[in-house]
Design a protein around this ligand. Structure first.
Ligand code: SAJ
Length: 434
């Protein structure tokens, strides 16, 4: 199949890099978003999110005329839906006394509905948003079929998840293997034709529900493995062991690869996607459910560690370093660091947070420091919550000049005990009961 013009619906962390990558290959791309501010920013050749290389890619795409943003889809050869699938705010499912979160599919529904007026025979529609199993078949196909056209015969329909890592999106979009799940084999082939415009990795064709499961399985696998690492950190704390040393020794075994404990699991993928399995089959997913509980409980474990280190929290001033959900990104969504700060404040601590990737972030109930120096100056303790490179590179002897704190707490295995001790700090580390 040949693609002259495509429409990408949803211009966030996935849709925008995808749209700009297609434009760079000479495809005419109309980007669609519900947010007028985003449309206006992009049409000026600027961007609204932080991702290495994206600013230049979008500026270039706008300049060549291959990319334009608008509020509504127009006729095109293919439509890609890349809108968010968050949780429902106030609704939960219940099974045998456990409560689970539910996916909010409203953005997918309205994106699919927005295509209806312009859908033509022979079009390809691809859902990229992470979704519960069977969404393509049971939710998206029936909406598109309201046109009277039939999915799989009159138009092609696929599910193709994004699997790129924030911070490396533009490279991984091109190089990663791509799974394309069609509602028919012809649909999968049409999807493969579309992505082969820029994908250099292997393109694997399968059915739509398998592709949906693949995406959820990848992130659930990671969540469960981080949960066991977090549980090991609690055990090491209890048994007087250094979990980091223990993990590095265990990982010498050729079939063991334990991940890293930390303050919890954040972001909009790994902390969310496993719930889509639980929601779809709560009776079959006790391991997935419990891993979510362990990871969601890790900020509480960190708060207890801080309480122990400081001998109570009432009135204690703490500089919290890092609020992003992981190292060297500016994304603060579902961040466990945020949760740790709230838990500490609830127990009377006064926190000043410093996030170098978003110093002016507005987070309800959190005081952001305008500078690193301001955050640490009057602190009783320095609490490291994210392994940003610039925090790993801190020189404790220099920091000692900037702060009166002499307790440092490292939740991400970033700081060297001997170095910090010789600069006069007591260094407390997550998962180190020694
Ligand atoms: N984390 C740990 N310990 C670890 C690794 C990660 O606590 O050993 C934490 C991180 O600090 C972070 C969270 O887990 O809070 C998730 O970070 P991540 O780097 O593991 O993953 P994401 O959410 O940035 O991206 C994931 C990726 N999925 C997999 O690696 C299987 C990415 O490829 C997906 O495209 C992305 O989810 C997505 O969009 O689904």
């Amino acid at each position: 199949m040949n693609f002259q013009k495509i429409c990408v619906i949803g211009l966030g962390y996935i849709g925008l890099p995808t749209a700009s990558t297609f434009s760079m290959q000479g495809v005419n791309v109309l980007g669609v978003d519900v947010n007028p501010h985003i449309i206006e920013t992009l049409n000026r050749g600027e961007i609204h999110i932080h991702e290495p290389g994206l600013r230049e890619a979008v500026a270039n795409a706008v300049q060549t005329g291959n990319f334009k943003a608008a509020a509504k889809p127009a006729e095109a050869d293919a439509f890609i839906i890349a809108v968010p699938t968050p949780f429902q705010e106030n609704q939960f499912g219940e099974y045998n006394g456990i409560q689970y979160k539910l996916a909010d599919m409203r953005a997918v529904i309205s994106a699919a509905e927005s295509i209806l007026p312009v859908l033509r025979k022979g079009n390809l529609i691809v859902l990229e948003s992470t979704s519960p199993p069977r969404t393509t078949m049971d939710l998206v196909a029936p909406i598109l079929e309201r046109t009277g056209l039939k999915a799989g015969s009159d138009f092609f329909l696929c599910y193709s998840p994004e699997r790129v890592l924030p911070g490396q999106i533009l490279r991984e979009l091109i190089e990663n293997a791509r799974v394309i799940g069609g509602v028919t084999t012809e649909s999968a082939q049409a999807g493969a034709d579309l992505y082969s415009i820029f994908v250099k990795g292997q393109i694997v064709q399968t059915d739509a529900t398998t592709a949906e499961m693949v995406k959820l399985m990848e992130n659930t696998y990671r969540d469960v493995n981080i949960a066991i690492a977090n549980e090991f950190s609690r055990l090491a704390d209890k048994f007087g062991v250094d979990v980091w040393e223990a993990i590095s020794i265990a990982n010498l075994h050729p079939r063991v690869k334990i991940l890293s404990p930390g303050p919890g699991v954040g972001g909009h993928c790994i902390s969310v996607d496993p719930w889509f399995f639980v929601e779809s089959a709560p009776e079959l997913t006790p391991l997935i459910y419990n891993s979510r509980q362990v990871n969601d409980g890790q900020p509480q474990f960190v708060a207890e560690l801080v309480t122990r280190a400081l001998g109570g929290l009432q009135g204690k001033k703490i500089a919290a370093l890092g609020l992003a959900y992981k190292p060297d990104v500016d994304d603060l969504r579902e961040s466990p660091a945020n949760e740790v700060v709230h838990l500490l404040q609830k127990q009377g601590a006064q926190i000043k947070a410093w996030e170098p990737f978003k110093p002016d972030a507005k987070l309800p109930g959190i005081t952001m420091s305008p500078t690193f120096e301001d955050a640490v100056k009057d602190a009783d303790a320095i609490l490291l919550l994210v392994k940003h490179t610039e925090f790993s590179n801190l020189i404790p002897a220099e920091l000692a000049e900037l702060t009166k704190a002499r307790i440092a707490i490292d939740t991400v295995n970033s700081w060297d005990m001997a170095q910090w001790q010789s600069a006069g700090f007591q260094l407390v580390r997550l998962g180190v009961g020694k």
